[in-house]
Design a binder for this molecule. Sequence first.
Ligand SMILES: Nc1ncnc2c1ncn2[C@@H]1O[C@H](COP(=O)(O)OP(=O)(O)O)[C@@H](O)[C@H]1O
Ligand SMILES: [Mg+2]
Length: 368
Amino acid sequence: MGKPHIGILTYRNGHRFQEPGYFRRLISEGQKLGATVFLFSHEDAFEQKRMIRGFYPSAKGGWENKLFPWPDVVIDRCRKGSPGYRQFRKKKLFLYANNTYTNKWNATRLFMQDDAVQRWMPHTVAYSPEHLKEMLKKYRLLYIKPGNGTGGRSILKLTRTVEGYTVLGRDNRLVKKTARFQTLPPLIRWLNRWVKTERIREGNFMIQQGLDLSLVPGRATDTRLLIQKNELGEWDITGLGIRIGGKNSSTSNLHGGGKAVPFESFMVQRFGPEKTKSILLECRELARQVVQTIERHFGPMMEFGLDIGIDVNGRIWLIEVNPKPGREIFKRIGRMDLYRRSIQRPLLYALYLLQASKRPPLNRENAG
Ligand SMILES: Nc1ncnc2c1ncn2[C@@H]1O[C@H](COP(=O)(O)OP(=O)(O)O)[C@@H](O)[C@H]1O
Ligand SMILES: [Mg+2]
């Protein structure tokens, strides 16, 4: 039997890829594990011939391509939901390591209704002027964000003050926006325009209870946790780190200028060793419950990056679950061991799946 072929389904613009650094690492780690790994997009599959135009790093930098056999297993890393990709993904052409997930709004609703997860969910409703008024009565701080956004784009932080309302956020190109209003009507007019101009495809906006995440005064601070399937097909937490947003930034996202620090030392400084231990345990519990809930609804998955808010009182909240998470956090906190493991794990899991798919079903009586 030849080498296993692992295809990475992604988006490409000509010969350009969205995450070239990550893909180079992924391909070289795959080679070390004895697999052939290549990139391809939905336009590169020749279904009749059962061949794929696959891309791999060239020695000179850049990418080369050639025809590869049909991959034994495919990891879906496409972060751009073009119509062509969506259609392609619906056809069950491969053994996929990860099923498709949903957007932030659907996921939030699912978690709010789930017995095991709802205790970590901030109160969230769909954006409408009526809902805004209700939420403003309940909370001094609100977040307004697209139900299908990423990377901190188009997110607003809305604060109710004695003088009125202040809005701080970023538009879809991450340009900072601020505004002040003394009364509700002009605020609502401004927000209505925002949700109209910042809307992504057919998506809606959501209004969420704002959490006080200023563990560092004046900065949004949250936790990024990476949970992945390992070489035995079991969920395991690869690691976690703290992201500290820039000054006058409503979000902590690294792309928006956030910086990263190790979880443990930061938390011990803020909450002491005992409380840190219990916070860590609760984050682990949260992550396990979340992946179980997701798999119950969407089938087997491979990895998730959880954005967890730990508020100034040490209470834990689930902010977001990313189905195609980055790994930068480990690099930024100097944990190259975790960075490497985070890249190996999907490959190891894909190889595990491939083996499992070839095994005959267990004969229970003889299985001991
Ligand atoms: N309800 C909230 N309360 C406080 N901060 C929030 C809230 N929602 C989002 N944030 C901040 O904004 C960041 C981005 O929000 P998130 O929902 O993860 O969107 P994205 O998909 O754009 O990353 C979070 O990491 C957090 O720093
Ligand atoms: Mg996020």
